[in-house]
Ligand binder design. Sequence first.
Ligand code: NDP
Length: 600
Amino acid sequence: MSSQKVSEHIAKVAAERAKRLRPDGIDQYANLSGEFAHMNEDPFTDRIEREPYRDHVTAAVIGGGFAGLMASAHLKESGVSDVRIVDTGGDFGGTWYWNRYPGVQCDVASMIYLPLLEETGHVPTEWYVHGPEILEHCQRIGKHYGLYENALFHTQVTGLDWDEAAQLWTVRTDRGDEFTAQFVVMGLGHLSVPKLPGIPGIETFEGHSFHASRWDYAYTGDPVGGPLDNLRDKRVAIIGTGASAVQCIPHLATASQELFVLQRTPSVIEVRNNRPIDPEWFAQMATPGWQQRWLENYAATMTSAEPPAEDLINDSWTAMAKMWGNAEQDVPAESDTSEEPLAPWYYADVKKMGQIHARVEETVKDSRTAELLKPWYHLACKRLTFHDEYLGAFNEPTVRLVDTDGKGVERITPRGVVVDGTEYEVDCIIYASGFEVGTAPTRRAGFDPVGRDGRRLSEHWINGMRTMHGLHVHGFPNAFLVQSLTGGTRFSNLSHNLSEAAKTVAAVIAHAVTTGVDVVELTQQAEDSWMDNVGIDPDWRTFLGTECTPGYSNNEGTDLGPHSLWDAHKFPDGLGFFRHLQEWRGNGEFDGLEFHRSDS
Ligand code: NDP
């Protein structure tokens, strides 16, 4: 590949980025509140009235998605039986409770994405299972570990206060509950608050509209993934072409009378290659400890400088990781790249984007549509998507790609959407416009824990999250997070991060309970020392700010701010961090934590 081709590519990427930059950054989006609050209602489960709870539990777990379920399961396994999960949804599942749009599917291989497979004995049916099976698996975990009995669904925590005298947390909710907990565990997710595009006139639309994460099957028909029969006589617009839209557009394409896909930035569409899992193969493979071995093999393949010889998952994610790892090979021997540390990345980028573009050309029959579906941004700037039917959907006579040339939908009217002065009249608008990112975590949580000395978590985190391991926070005794920010690593299998976090938190709580400890607290020194090594690599920050197309990875192209998704610990690699956590919780010392008994 010539250096001229690389320069041309970079110039085109920069021009496309410039079209998308806007001064309002993340403020361009609207919440599903106020006049849009109806879009945030739960379309899946009826709310059941109940009396408020005024009792005490050993552990209150806020969030019943993967994080909360794994933490609760490990607590139960460690002998802490009195666990109560509180969740805003009507059942367990978190992301997978809410996101039920047609075609919803995991993007990371089932064997390493679905938690607790060995413990529950579930054999995934597909290499990338669909949403209903993931939701059912969450329910399976709930039943297997007896988590339903004490759970509070359709319940939003509104207050969490440390009671110094009682050495307990008081948990308050929007259902009038006010109960105490010795320990609280927060598994709140990173992409859990849906957002709407702040398009002028959005409130004036007189047709039907909903967010993809609150799919209205009563309107579209068929709640279990069959044909969306009610759309046969409907003109539908979908706004957004990110990971959610990519999965549901092929279904809308064949179901709707007419589908308008409103595109601001085309996604990279990688190969999916889904296939059924052969139960016989699985039975032979699944010897004791298999899931942990697979998890660690993937972590090492994705993040280690010297990846293992065998790549068990061997998919588009691991291919991408190997491509970055071997990027030097793409630089021609004669090129002098000593002045440009990112040069290998650029060469790899151009090569890979060439393949992505070729796939579009091979699949999409109309050459103009194909051109518009080609993404022009650096691969690392946006979340990859994976699909084998998405591009082909644009060959359906019912589907019309309405590209906005990076500007976004101009206006919404009572009748439809306007792009470049043309109004497209529709019966329904589906917002596949993503989730709130870049705001304070306590805002997204909907409550602001008050720890020792009346100090709020939002104050402690005014300049960004501060933790040790992403799990413990100084000044917030007996409270734990199950999440990955300020943890040791970021890579594409969040489920593995949550698994190691959950095991660690459960180990600390179980240790406290079995040794009669009342209060567990992170020292200031331990938090400071961990945070000394947390931050965004300066080159990467510059790259995000100056070369990446706007998106949730870079606060829509504005300054990253204190609450970006990128403040990972500078740990050598993913597996190294997990080994550190295993050693930390396994040696019984829990370095950095102090354990107090009230009688001592
Ligand atoms: P995203 O934030 O990725 O996508 C939002 C889409 O809305 C983008 O295409 C965006 O365009 C578009 N948009 C926003 N404002 C406007 C506007 N004014 N006019 C036109 N278009 C607009 O949300 P998703 O729900 O698709 O995905 C969020 C994340 O959730 C993913 O990145 C992934 O991490 C996760 N996810 C995981 C899945 C899995 O594992 N199976 C499946 C789905 C999601 P632009 O790109 O220009 O900003």
